[in-house]
Design a protein around this ligand. Structure first.
Ligand SMILES: C[S@@+](CC[C@H](N)C(=O)[O-])C[C@H]1O[C@@H](n2cnc3c(N)ncnc32)[C@H](O)[C@@H]1O
Length: 253
């Protein structure tokens, strides 16, 4: 589980490495699905970097973050306090116990980014998705982004050495394990189909090693929000957005 060192390296990866470009794309896509009012839940919120962005841009909404790492929640509290956000509560808990922690039909919007792959196995991941379906209000949107598994071991090693090693040893080791623990696109779609989330619409796009899925995304809700990036990150971000838009698939579920 995430300790202080990994937590610090994870934050620096978001702000400085190419991982940050993916992160910015995910923030933009998630914001494209956030309702104007109501309540939002961020599952496995980590240091609450995304959660703080959601809360800052939707001050009228109430947000909850759940995580199973005290180190991450401490960092999350610091980030939330630093931005003076009054509409965020942070809870310690296991993502497979969401209805028990939060009650049924409580949220207008649920997100889970780079967390589901921490599930012990497919059964626990299914329990998480079923829990998400229970805490969501009927027809509300679920937004997920996560890593997807590389088909070949040599690609996994090459990608991690090229893009992740420079961030730090803890981050490098953790993300190498995460690439291995992550689901393939097919496995994830099968999980979604078997879960209580099945039904409604799903829009997904995948560019190794990242999968982005919006379930019950209301077409009229697409908004474009400004994301602060360096010019080089903006260039890469624009490219990434075009590639992922071209590969986006929307279907009934
Ligand atoms: C890679 S971080 C992602 C954090 C955040 N969602 C983001 O996108 O920046 C993964 C997070 O999942 C949390 N996590 C792992 N297993 C969990 C579980 N069973 N229940 C809740 N949180 C969990 C870890 O503590 C860590 O904070």
């Amino acid at each position: 589980m995430s300790d202080q060192t990994f937590c610090a390296q994870y934050e620096s990866a978001i702000h400085s490495s190419d991982f940050g470009v993916f992160y910015a794309y995910i923030l933009e896509r998630a914001l494209g699905s956030v309702p104007q009012s109501g309540s939002g839940l961020d599952v496995a919120c980590g240091p609450a970097i995304l959660l703080s962005e959601f809360a800052r841009r939707r001050p009228d909404m109430a947000f909850t973050g759940v995580d199973l790492s005290h180190a991450m929640l401490e960092q999350a509290r610091r980030n939330v306090e630093k931005q003076g956000l009054a509409n965020v509560r942070l809870l310690y808990g296991n993502m497979s116990d969401l209805p028990e922690i939060l009650g049924d039909e409580t949220f207008d919007w649920v997100t889970c980014t780079f967390g589901l792959h921490y599930s012990r196995d497919a059964d626990q991941a299914l329990a998480v998705l079923d829990g998400v379906a229970r805490v969501l209000k009927p027809g509300a949107c679920f937004f997920l982004a996560d890593l997807t598994r590389f088909k070949r071991e040599v690609t996994r090693q090459w990608f991690a050495n090229k893009y992740d090693r420079g961030v730090g040893e803890e981050f490098f080791r953790e993300i190498l394990d995460s690439y291995l623990a992550s689901f393939s696109l097919e496995e994830f779609m099968d999980l979604l189909q078997r879960s209580r989330l099945s039904g409604g619409t799903v829009e997904w796009s995948c560019l190794l090693p990242v999968l982005v899925v919006a379930h019950n995304l209301h077409p009229g809700r697409r908004t474009r929000e400004r994301i602060d990036l360096t010019w080089l990150q903006r260039l890469k971000h624009g490219l990434l957005r075009s590639v992922l838009r071209l590969s986006a698939v929307r279907s009934g579920f």
